[in-house]
Design a protein around this ligand. Structure first.
Ligand code: ASP
Length: 442
């Protein structure tokens, strides 16, 4: 049994948080590989080291003084080191970094990656784990593709030492050894890569929430956490706005069927959420004839093309879609009827030219009428428990109807893991509440 534990920025935001990490790591000896993000926000007003480093770089680039910002970075790191009595010469390291920055002999990627680098060095001393630089483990090609074979070889040597390691997240190396930074939130991806290289039994992603919640807590007070979600459901929920993990964090572990467990550093007793294999049905939700989660987004537009006897005409939808393609607009859904079909798009994607686009649509399809409805919200109710399971969509639609909410559009794909309803923006919160409480009676 081997676990890879990744701790996000808020889990390493202060000396106090470092202590929590140590307790968690010591609780289970199978947590042999620890991946860390850079020191994050200790409270709402605080700033992430990563953001401060980006800011510093921008200042230097435009010949502005960044002393003040750099001193905040210094203070955050030195406070942690002092409070924990660490011997590592953090002041010296930061001084060297500042000199490089001032002489402009530094790339943005290198500078920003120092957030995780220094955090990992402090954590390695504090845990008594060896430090392993991500530049010596996570390799990329120049076209930004992850080089699995090269990384796997490096990992084999590391594994042979039998030691425990702390690894900085968020970056790796190009073939020439230069730092390659990932996209924001990339520490999740680093953790997933390490879990995959190590063939871990589980990839633990420690954060500041007790797992993925069934609905947005700004709308539903204290929503239930989702205990089990499969990769497909997670993708649907994330796409519709639930922020959980970095999108690319699923692939490395999914390939090896390694489950991800989202856990709360501040409440380690909570189970959190297990994200597991796509092939498995979410049996728990299935048995209970219920849903896994709800997510939604506001501000969509529906463009409806109406033409009598349209259903006999082959190729009409294609003609319409070509117009959207010409304007480079990505389409969300295409619900259709007998004499009409609608195209649902994000409002901001069409706003500057929507009437021009509608004119072109009318011409291209010889439609009787092309209409526009704005201010639509899409709400996705996700769950493999709905598949082949009668009643869930019925319950959902009945509940919405009973609440007096008008559904403008409905879309469900044949894999039945997702029912999407479109309602007016003004009904958004109410619809989410209605669906949530239908399946989680108070
Ligand atoms: N520190 C980086 C960020 O803030 C990466 C991470 O936290 O995963 O985006």
């Amino acid at each position: 049994m081997l676990r890879v534990a990744k701790f996000g920025g808020s889990s390493v935001a202060s000396a106090e948080q470092f202590k929590k990490v140590k307790n968690i790591v010591n609780m289970d000896k199978t947590r042999k590989f620890v991946v860390v993000s850079a020191v994050g926000k200790a409270n709402k007003e605080d700033n992430k080291i990563t953001d401060l480093l980006y800011l510093c770089y921008a200042h230097v680039k435009y010949n502005m003084n960044c002393e003040h910002i750099f001193s905040i970075i210094e203070k955050k790191f030195t406070d942690i080191a002092q409070e924990l009595n660490l011997k590592f010469d953090i002041k010296g390291e930061l001084r060297k970094l500042k000199e490089k920055l001032d002489s402009k002999k530094i790339t943005e990627e290198y500078l920003v990656s120092r957030g995780e680098y220094l955090t990992a060095l402090l954590m390695s001393e504090y845990l008594g784990y060896k430090f392993l630089d991500a530049q010596d483990l996570i390799f990329y090609n120049y076209d930004n593709r992850f080089d699995y074979e090269k990384s796997e070889k490096a990992f084999e040597l590391i594994e042979k030492t039998g030691e425990n390691f702390v690894i900085p997240g968020f970056y790796g190396a190009y073939p020439n050894g230069e730092v390659k930074l990932m996209t924001r939130g990339g520490g999740d991806v680093s953790g997933a890569i390490v879990a995959s290289l190590a063939n871990a039994s589980v990839y633990e992603n420690w954060t500041d929430v007790s797992g993925v919640l069934m609905a947005d807590p700004r709308i539903i007070p204290n929503p239930k956490p989702i205990k089990v979600v499969n990769y497909n459901e997670l993708r649907e929920l994330s796409y519709m706005g639930a922020s959980v993990l970095h999108e690319e964090a699923v692939f490395p572990v999914a390939l090896k069927k390694i489950p991800i467990q989202i856990r709360n550093t501040n409440k380690p007793e909570d189970f959190g959420t297990i994200i597991k294999n796509t092939d498995d049905d979410n049996s728990e939700a299935f048995e209970k004839n219920t849903i896994t989660g709800i997510a939604g987004k506001k501000d969509f537009s529906i463009i409806t093309i109406r033409k009598v006897h349209m259903s006999n005409e082959v190729g009409l939808i294609k003609k319409a879609l070509t117009v959207f393609e010409d304007y480079n607009v990505s389409i969300e859904h295409i619900p259709s009827g007998v004499d009409s079909f609608s195209v649902v798009v994000e409002s901001k994607a069409v706003k500057p030219f929507v009437y021009e686009l509608m004119g072109k649509l009318r011409k291209a399809t010889s439609a009787d009428e092309v209409t526009l409805t704005n201010e639509i919200s899409l709400i996705a109710t996700v769950g493999t428990g709905m598949k082949n399971n009668k009643g869930v969509s019925g319950r959902l639609l009945t509940a919405i109807g009973k609440s007096g909410i008008n559904i403008v559009v409905i879309s469900q794909t044949s894999d039945e893991i997702n029912i999407i309803v479109g309602v007016h923006n003004s009904d958004y919160e109410r619809t989410i509440k209605t669906i949530y409480y239908e399946f989680n009676p108070q």
